[in-house]
Write a protein that binds this ligand. Sequence first.
Ligand SMILES: [Zn+2]
Length: 247
Amino acid sequence: MSRINLLMYHQVGDFPTRMPSHRGQYCHRPRFAAQMAMLKRCGYSVIGLDAAVAGLRGEATLPARPVVLTFDDGYVDFLECAAPILKAHGYPATVYAVAGLLGQASSWVEPEGLRPAPLMNAAQLRQVHEMGFTVGSHTVSHPRLAQVDNRRVAEELTISKRMLEDVLGSRVDHLCYPYGSHDIRAVHAAADAGYVTGTTCARAIATPADDLLTLPRKPVSQGNTAFGVLWKLIAKNTPRHPPIRRS
Ligand SMILES: [Zn+2]
């Protein structure tokens, strides 16, 4: 059976190896480089989201030990730190951008006591797209979709898709729910908006039994060495909540 590990990263950069909190937000650059080298050394095949979709639908044969790399929020440090390492390995990856905050900062982290970090502007996002990476939507304004009304859910999904498609001049098929926050309304709205996949933070391996609009991911924490990531890939990880599926 096709089983795919999706890994979730946020910022990659020259942070201390141990931040006091919110460690899923940061990945130290040398550690990231070691994790990427480990994937190759241990026989993992890094594939793009479109290839993952084809595999999960049974339309294509997946390579051995498939892994999808995702980067939330669209930080400038993706371009500066992560992209050169990914390119050196020939790895595809998906970056989820907050369409209404291009060229601004991750202001939503402020209430959590974190310093907002710069987000890529339209030109930088186009550069990422031209480098062959996939750009997906992370909504317009990064809300918890399960906590906003139906109209706002629909707007966050449809408007961000259109805005990013205008920026890139190409289709945007992939969505990531901010904070992993989603409910059945959000999943239906994602389908109505025309998304092919939606990713969550459910900490499990993706299989054909998953709804493509609620694909689980495993977060990489700053404390994870390359061995830690390897362990995460091997571990079963049971999701904290039963996955939402459209019936
Ligand atoms: Zn986010």
